[in-house]
Write a protein that binds this ligand. Structure first.
Ligand code: 2HA
Ligand code: ZN
Length: 272
């Protein structure tokens, strides 16, 4: 038995290759984390090392104390993960205070977890609390169309949500609460982690202006699907603008009707 035979590890790796093939992970772009379930930790226990060297996370996440995460490595390329998982990803364990982590598997030739670890763990902390332990996936990528729109659309939650809802009828069904925008900030630290986690209190999506996007979800499929739907909407938006702009669209009442018929908790704020 190899660690890659375990179902969650297999699904984790599949997503990294799918994201790469979508063109969302140039060079070492993007990063990805999964909060491992208790019964899954039991299945991988045999593979874990006894490392006792803790490092500071940079943010406090007390409700993640003693949890295990599978994370991508800093500077590692998404396209290499499937070929050599043990060199490119890691399993980390959080200490009992939620302030430090240690590597218990992976990054076998050295390295550190993703440079965006503070944002990943802060988002996990918020989502664990707000979804009663359900959400386990945080995924960051650099899709070209959504990044392009951050140079053109006003950087507000409302502008991005309405634009993305409008381009595909299924979008309000997929993200009825909408999407949030974080203004341009220096990546990789505590400040952007806190700004992103504030957005994640309201939505499952945080767009990082001129950089990329973070999605949160319950499992690999729904989180990848969310990213895919938003990026596709952004692509349609750009095609529409390139063809001279909208000549007709879904009316505001259309969204209200859709919310009724599909029983959606749609964000009414954006339909005023
Ligand atoms: O290089 O995407 O945000 C990894 C990143 C940093
Ligand atoms: Zn990035």
């Amino acid at each position: 038995m190899k660690i890659t035979d375990i179902s969650f590890v297999e699904k984790y790796i599949r997503l990294t290759m799918d994201g790469y093939l979508k063109g969302w992970h140039e060079r070492n772009g993007g990063n990805f984390s999964y909060r491992i379930k208790k019964d899954e930790v039991e299945k991988i226990e045999y593979f874990l090392n006894k490392n006792d060297e803790f490092q500071a996370i940079g943010v406090n996440v007390p409700n993640l104390a003693n949890e295990y995460f599978m994370v991508t490595g800093s500077g590692k390329y998404m396209r290499n993960i499937a070929l050599n998982p043990e060199d490119n990803i890691a399993i980390i364990k959080i200490d009992e205070k939620g302030e430090n982590y240690k590597i218990v598997w992976g990054l076998k030739n050295g390295g550190k977890p993703t440079s965006e670890l503070p944002t990943h763990l802060k988002n996990h902390s918020i989502k664990k609390e707000l979804t009663s332990d359900k959400f386990r996936v945080i995924y960051h990528s650099h899709p070209a169309n959504i990044i392009a729109l951050t140079f053109v659309l006003p950087l507000t939650d409302k502008d991005f949500t309405l634009a993305m809802w409008e381009m595909m009828t299924e979008c309000p069904v997929i993200f009825p609460r909408g999407i949030g925008v974080v203004p341009w900030m220096v990546p990789g630290g505590k400040d952007i982690a806190i700004a992103t986690s504030e957005v994640m209190k309201k939505y499952d999506v945080a767009i990082w202006a001129h950089h990329g996007i973070f999605c949160a979800g319950e499992d690999f499929d729904s989180t990848f699907g969310l990213m895919d739907a938003i990026e596709k909407s952004a692509e349609i938006y750009i095609k529409v603008m390139s063809m001279g702009g909208k000549k007709q669209t879904i009316p505001k009442e259309g969204f209200i009707q859709l919310a009724k018929d599909f029983n959606l908790d749609i964000n009414q704020e954006f339909l005023k």
